[in-house]
Design a binder for this molecule. Structure first.
Ligand SMILES: NC(=O)c1ccc[n+]([C@@H]2O[C@H](COP(=O)([O-])OP(=O)(O)OC[C@H]3O[C@@H](n4cnc5c(N)ncnc54)[C@H](O)[C@@H]3O)[C@@H](O)[C@H]2O)c1
Length: 260
């Protein structure tokens, strides 16, 4: 087992915070992000912070991690960096999809649905298949994806992402079921509403969502990316070896709290 982790969506939000937390604990960080313009500078800043934490063991690739060409191009580089040893973690934390309703002014179309489900759901399967094939997943490796309450409640603009989340949860369950025999586990972390860039893309009313979440959440605050990073760092421990095919809630109890 290597001390390297691979984070899809490493430059911001949950993926960025997890990269920093795991770097602090000595892991090497390999990550994909897809940032243009000003966001590229933010990604560079995150990368610099990680380098300061783990002595420079960080590689960021700014390209679409959901494309098969990317997987095929970078898996040999990943293998070179780990020296052929399996990754400790594959984390899918990509936020990239269509946030529109099914009906109304801008009804979602098939291309948008297919893209969203592929990038935010199915791409985790293809990464896992290819990494497993390349012996880059082994005993003690973790596969984790981010899900949300929006996978079982309907929300403004969230339909396509909701479908992707349901697909991802099914993919994670099946991966854990098939690869558990090799000591590889797969789980989803369900984060509560978190003020990240992705949230501002779902709805123009995101500030209202934050205010309502603070009222609704039993702990009277929103989830922060650092909360998710903390849960993931717990899941990295050997004590978590037997947690498989599960959803772990990281939301202060938000999903148990009624809306009224
Ligand atoms: N923010 C929330 O309220 C919330 C709640 C629950 C779950 N989630 C989930 O957490 C995950 C991360 O979301 P976030 O809120 O941290 O988002 P974010 O916008 O803060 O970060 C998204 C990351 O994905 C990267 N990215 C986007 N498209 C990419 C692509 N094609 N290839 C490679 N990288 C790509 C970005 O560069 C960035 O690093 C998503 O799956 C999201 O649905 C978010």
């Amino acid at each position: 087992m290597s001390d390297w982790v691979l984070i899809l969506g490493c430059s911001a939000g949950h993926g960025g915070a997890t990269a920093k937390k795991l770097a602090e604990q000595g892991y090497g960080i390999m990550g994909f992000h897809f940032d243009r313009g000003e966001l590229k500078k933010e990604a560079e800043k995150t990368k610099g912070e990680i380098a300061n934490l783990n002595g420079g063991n960080v590689v960021f690739w700014n390209t679409n991690a959901a494309s098969q060409e990317t997987m095929d191009k970078y898996i040999p580089k990943i293998k070179e960096l780990t020296g052929g040893a399996p990754l400790k973690l594959l984390l899918h934390s990509i936020a990239f999809g269509t946030t529109t309703n099914f009906f109304g002014d801008k009804p979602v179309n098939q291309k948008q649905m297919d893209m969203t489900i592929h990038v935010m759901g199915n791409s985790l399967l293809y990464w896992t298949q290819k990494l497993f094939e390349a012996d880059l997943l082994g005993k003690g490796s973790r596969i984790l994806g981010l899900t949300s309450e929006g996978n079982y409640v309907a929300m403004e603009g969230y339909g396509p992402v909701s479908v992707a989340k349901v697909a991802m949860e099914a993919i994670i369950r099946q991966i854990g079921w098939e690869l558990g025999q090799y000591g590889i586990t797969a789980n989803a972390v369900q984060a509560g509403v978190t003020p990240t860039r992705a949230l501002t893309k779902i709805t123009d009313r995101w500030e209202e969502w934050i205010d309502n979440t603070k009222k609704r959440n039993p702990m009277r605050r929103t989830t922060q990316p650092e909360d998710v990073a903390n849960i993931i760092s717990l899941l990295m421990k050997p004590e978590a070896d037997f947690i498989n095919c599960s959803i772990i809630y990281c939301d202060g109890g938000e999903h148990r709290s009624g809306m009224v």
